[in-house]
Design a protein around this ligand. Structure first.
Ligand code: B3K
Ligand code: ZN
Length: 878
């Protein structure tokens, strides 16, 4: 029986806690099936709370085996599975001692204390601590934790906790040993962690700008420290960068990162003891791709950056989740931009935002960056809270300017250190630092949906004026039928007809304020606005939303020729890329409408883009990657036939492959890098460009593509090139493909993270046989519904396979619906996440829509659903 069938929680119901916990002392005796936890809580009434209120401690599938208050035993029956209530606790400080026993081996939800491989580990965010012991499990209760961990030496020679090690040694007269850890920084229990097991460490040290020596370790399964070097390197770079860019130094003498193979998400920022999905730690050139390396760098940085944005300053309640997540994503984006190419990083981030967040915002799961109610908070660790949340922080910077942004952030760090803060607290710092009212801006946190900004361009050659009529509109989203206008910062510039930048001169009457002119930003804060540039050369082209300055959909009336000028000449690299995407998107959508899409007229523009690959291959690779099928479907907006979208996109890919064949062949023929593989940005850019060229070439000439890809597959000395070749082969049906897939599996069968790539690739094949293939693979010995990485690799990838998930016969929907129900009893979080595949079902044509609805209803009608799946199913059906 599950205890998570709660009523929705509402932001408006927030009340301060009635009791505070000044100190927590935990004594954990690890055992595979019966781990005993003794918790000693130093409690006191909160002066700001309700005097004399009952004390309620949260629990989830718990039972108490001992319970006392100030040393006097209490009735064990006070402790129910889902909570412990003491009706009339003392009106002064008191000590509560609780003993619980949990079975880590039976914990299939992977929340609380569980076993992964040869280790014990924990996951407490959001509400997992209550599966370990009774506690006020809410982020605004901060306490100092001391943890004693004990285990059989053979079973768990390594024992790790939060903070710094205090003491360790054998337990005399037994085969057990212990370690005591103390974390001096008050924290909510969601940041608690312990790890025990057989693990090897890659060790290093770091000296902070404050002169503190920090012992660093990355813990991995025995024998795998050779794959931990890149994570360690990324960690040290992150630590230095946070000091240099944000003035944030590390605050303990120890920082441990532990990689485990069973983990519901990417990683977790537990204080001083980050626990990671091993996918974001382990890498070697033979087993990991450039994208994997970049992912490790990002996630290591993200979790490390949480030490200040999340841990030192945490969230008052879970509605404020984006306060830590949006800000920390903003910080990790900045970090990666500084480590790699800023423009390419921005393009990649926007691609991901459009694919994931815009999709969420355009469907039944739309919710605001700060939601106002939830049933299962784990359903709100979304692209909206994370990625759109990061965009909102970026807009604050654009609007107040870099200096005021830096001052506001320092103010936030100083003022709210050691507290549980809110979005209002955060915005208040920037309002104060800049003197700007951010009240209207704060709608970005409360209103869901992607605003559509429409631009109408009027040119008067004789008067030498260029007039832009801008308007914004946001479609209704569930629960929000009407939207108020947002403050939308539109970074802009002017480009002459010859492609040269045309400075926007101050002193001209544009209808822009001095601040807007100085920043190069039009602030669209009303439903509509007109801006007129004077004394502009006829044919001047506006370049709008530079750097993607706001998370909006820009609908431009720019002529194709103007877009081609922008894609070739704009000084803003993001807009060069985006202009190319718009051109391609129009071409493909034209094809969907049944017009013969002939990109012949674009040959020269794209050939020029290929030539830029000589100097900036990573950027050129992005230009050669067409808009995704999901993005195209959203452009169409309704009654989508995904097969038609796919076919039209493939036709354009094939035509470009043919048109650019000579150029692309030259890129591919330039061959592999001389010298050993290195995962740096420059090398990754060259490989991305070559592989993008190979992919496009193969679209135009499958026979040639198959031959080149097969050759690259056999000869590659790194996973990036081998897997890219396999991906090209995977799109060309036949013996060559099946043979390569078999050889790939045979070669990497002992490497689960590589087998995941193999699962994912097959689930992504846009062919009718894929549903059957996925069903077959679910029975493969390497697959298991118990391991989140396997599920995400196979079923997650299938959910993103637009043509096959949305099959006309409904078999794709049924497959995922069955999997959701099969998963739910074991791991509700993973099941609920798989249900996200249905987020765009309402975009489809009526036949598919009906089948998707039936599948969703079959989930909603499932027996004994978890709160997670129940909530996702009912929201999806809205
Ligand atoms: N804060 C964790 C996410 C926890 C998810 C709980 N369902 C990882 C991160 O965002 O850094
Ligand atoms: Zn995070």
């Amino acid at each position: 029986m599950r205890s998570d069938q709660g009523q929705p929680v509402r932001l408006s119901d927030y009340r301060v806690p009635d009791y505070l916990v000044d100190a927590v002392s935990l004594d954990i005796a690890l055992h595979r099936t019966a781990t005993r936890i003794r918790s000693t809580l130093r409690l006191r009434p909160n002066p700001a709370g309700v005097a004399g209120a009952p004390l309620h401690l949260d629990g989830d599938e718990l039972a108490a085996t001992a319970l006392s208050l100030d040393g006097a035993p209490l009735d064990l029956a006070l402790a129910a599975p889902d909570g412990l209530t003491i009706a009339a606790p003392p009106a002064r400080a008191f000590t509560l001692e609780v003993e619980t026993v949990v079975d880590p081996s039976a914990n299939t939800q992977l929340m609380g204390l569980y076993r992964s491989g040869s280790a014990y580990c924990t996951q407490c965010e959001a509400e997992g601590f209550r599966r370990i012991t009774y506690y006020p499990d809410r982020p605004d209760v901060l306490s100092v934790f001391t943890t004693r961990i004990e285990a059989e030496l053979r079973d768990a020679p390594v024992l790790l906790g939060n903070g710094d090690p205090v003491e360790a040694g054998p337990v005399p007269g037994t085969d057990r040993h212990f370690a005591v850890w103390h974390d001096p920084h008050p924290k909510p229990c969601y940041l608690f962690a312990v790890v025990g097991g057989r693990l090897d460490a890659l060790r290093d040290t770091f000296t902070t700008s404050e002169g503190r020596r920090v012992d660093l370790a990355v813990w991995v399964e025995p024998g795998k420290t050779g794959q931990a070097g890149y994570a360690m390197d990324a960690l040290k770079r992150s630590m230095r960068w946070d000091e240099e860019v944000f003035g944030r130094a590390y605050d303990l003498g120890t920082f441990n990162v532990v990689a485990v193979s069973d983990f519901n998400m990417g990683a977790m920022e537990n204080k001083g003891l980050n626990i990671f999905n091993d996918k974001y730690v382990l890498a070697s050139p033979e087993l990991a791709t450039d994208a994997d390396y970049a992912g490790i760098e990002t996630v290591i940085a993200h979790e490390y950056f949480h030490n200040w944005t999340g841990n030192r300053i945490t969230c008052r309640d879970w509605f404020q989740l984006s306060l830590k997540e949006g800000l920390t994503v903003f910080r990790d984006h900045e970090f990666s931009a500084d480590q790699r190419s800023r423009a390419v990083k921005r393009i990649a981030d926007v691609r991901a935002l459009r694919a994931r967040q815009f999709a969420e915002d355009a469907g039944p799961l739309a919710h605001s960056v700060r939601p106002d109610s939830y049933s299962a908070i784990d359903n709100f660790y979304t692209a909206t809270v994370y990625e759109k949340g990061a965009e909102v922080v970026g807009m604050v910077r654009t609007l107040v300017g870099r200096d005021a942004f830096a001052r506001g952030l320092q103010l936030y760090f100083e003022r709210f250190d050691g507290t549980a803060a809110t979005v209002e607290d955060f915005l208040g710092c920037f309002a104060e630092a800049s003197g700007r009212d951010l009240a209207q801006f704060s709608r970005w946190y409360g209103q869901a949906g992607t605003p559509r900004v429409t631009v109408r361009t009027r040119r008067d050659a004789e008067a030498r004026t260029l007039t832009l009529d801008l308007d914004q509109h946001t479609d209704p989203t569930p629960g929000q039928p009407e939207k108020w206008p947002f403050v939308i910062p539109i970074s802009f510039g002017l480009v002459g007809p010859d492609g040269a930048a045309r400075p926007v001169r101050t002193g001209e009457r544009h209808g822009l304020s001095d601040a807007e002119l100085a920043q190069g930003v039009i602030e669209l804060d009303a439903p509509a606005r007109t801006v007129r540039f004077e004394d502009v050369e006829p044919g001047t082209i506006p370049s709008l939303l530079r750097g993607f300055s706001a998370p909006v959909r820009l609908v431009t009336d720019a002529a194709e020729a103007d877009l081609v000028t922008l894609m070739t000449h704009d000084s803003d690299p993001f807009n060069r890329w985006d202009a190319a995407q718009t051109v391609l998107s129009r071409l493909i959508l034209d094809g969907v409408r049944g017009n013969a899409a002939d990109p012949g007229r674009l040959r020269e523009a794209f050939a020029a883009a290929v030539r830029t690959g000589a100097s900036d291959p990573a950027f050129a690779a992005q230009v050669l990657a067409l808009p995704g099928e999901g993005d195209l479907a959203r452009e169409i907006g309704r009654d989508v036939d995904p097969d038609a979208v796919h076919a039209a996109r493939e036709r354009v890919r094939a035509s470009l492959g043919v048109l650019l064949a000579a150029e692309l062949r030259a890129v591919v023929a330039a061959g592999a890098d001389a010298g050993p593989y290195a995962p740096d940005a420059a090398g990754a850019g060259r490989r991305a460009f070559r592989n993008a060229a190979l992919s496009l070439l193969a679209a135009g000439d499958p026979a040639l593509g198959a031959e080149l890809a097969a050759d690259q597959f056999d000869r590659a000395d790194n996973m990036t090139d081998r897997f890219a070749a396999l991906a090209v082969l995977s799109l060309i049906p036949g013996e060559a493909r099946e043979g390569a897939l078999d050889r790939f599996y045979a070669r990497y069968r002992d490497e689960p993270l590589v087998v995941d790539k193999w699962f994912g690739l097959q689930a992504s094949i846009p062919e009718g046989a894929t549903v059957e293939r996925v069903r077959r693979l679910m029975g493969h010995p390497a697959f298991s519904l118990a391991v989140p990485n396997r599920v995400y690799a196979l079923l997650g990838a299938f959910g993103g396979n637009i043509t096959q998930f949305n099959r006309r016969d409904g078999s794709g929907y049924r497959l995922v619906a069955e999997a959701v129900l099969a998963l739910d009893g074991r791991n509700p979080q993973v099941a609920a996440r798989m249900l996200g595949a249905f987020r765009s079902w309402r975009l489809m044509e009526p036949g598919r829509r009906a089948l998707a609805e039936t599948a969703l209803k079959s989930i909603a009608a499932g027996p004994a659903l978890s709160a997670d799946v129940q909530e996702m199913a009912s929201r999806s059906l809205r």
